[in-house]
Design a protein around this ligand. Structure first.
Ligand code: GUN
Length: 301
């Protein structure tokens, strides 16, 4: 098999962000509505800080109002719930994102369920989970990482996945489960596999579409990949890279790229694959929320 096509998530995300930027300019010119995105982060997790910084920067680039609440790790649950409540009530805010994970003393589920479902641009609220599960995709906010992954799959395979077997490795609420729902909505036959699945390599080798969301660096080696499969690597793992110098690190996915690329027909790299899509979809969801309140049709993403 020829070397796999490298799916360029950075380019696709740039295209989405450009669409969002233009639609935002029209929305604001026609209605005066400026999409507002509030990002809340509790504590100093360095990876979360990077993600949140990038989300706020891209929001500004799109012409949004961007609000960032950076709270100390000791922040009480009560204080956080009050902030979320205030953002729910603020008409200039169309999207609220509370960066996860939260410190252990805060009940993550309780915070998420406090977010107004119509401002829940992460798609984590039970109402949005329910809308996705029942196929009401028009109403649902869909979690950004699986939604972005789905766009990359469509780039390669088109909208209809009838007859394809998709294997999603990982069963998280943020990625694995919503990813499976999206694939099912596109007519794929879906298996959710995980660490307790028997003979995981063989299960993965039965996949026409293989989505890796396990959080283990380069765990899916060549033996997990069927010839011609489309491989979507959701993992972002920072590992030591002594070859770059002492104390240096590099990012790798959950898939061993070079081994998998020998078998796959198409594969996402890390970095530059799913990662940039997550931010693009967050912008698209926030614009959609703002369009809804202004009674305008959002652009097709
Ligand atoms: N932590 C890791 N991914 C995400 C995400 O998509 N949204 C939020 N809020 N937190 C995250």
């Amino acid at each position: 098999m020829a070397e796999a096509k490298r799916i360029d998530g950075k380019a696709v995300s740039a295209r989405i962000i450009e669409t969002v930027k233009q639609a935002t300019a029209s929305l604001t010119a026609e209605t005066g509505t400026v999409p507002g995105l509030a990002v809340v982060i509790v504590g100093e997790d360095p990876a979360s800080q990077v993600y949140v910084g990038s989300k706020a920067r891209t929001a500004n680039e799109c012409g949004f109002k961007s609000i960032k609440h950076e709270l100390p790790a000791e922040t009480s649950e009560e204080t956080l719930l009050k902030i979320v409540g205030d953002l729910n009530a603020d008409p200039s805010v169309h999207g609220i994102l509370v960066q996860l994970p939260l410190p252990d003393h805060i009940d993550e589920a309780k915070v998420i369920q406090t977010i107004d479902p119509d401002k829940d641009v992460d798609g984590f609220h039970l109402i949005n989970v329910g809308r996705l599960s029942t196929g009401q995709l028009d109403q649902a906010f869909v979690p950004c990482t699986p939604a972005g992954s789905m766009i990359l799959i469509r780039e390669v395979l088109g909208d209809d996945l009838s007859g394809k077997h998709a294997v999603v490795v990982g069963r998280s609420n943020i990625v694995g489960k919503p990813m499976a729902q999206l694939l099912l909505s596109a007519n794929a036959t879906v298996t959710i596999a995980h660490s307790r699945t028997k003979d995981l390599p063989a299960m993965c080798r039965s996949a026409d579409i293989l989505v890796a969301a396990v959080g283990r660096p380069e765990m899916l080696t060549g033996e997990y990949v069927k010839e011609g499969a489309v491989v979507i690597d959701v993992g972002i793992n920072r590992i030591p890279a002594p070859e770059k110098g002492e104390g240096k690190t590099r990012l790798v996915g959950d898939v061993n790229y070079s081994e998998a690329a020998e078998k796959a027909s198409a594969i996402t790299p890390v970095p530059g694959g799913v990662g940039p899509m997550t931010i693009g979809l967050l912008m698209a969801n926030t614009l959609r929320s703002a369009c809804r309140t202004a009674g305008k049709e959002p652009p097709k993403i």
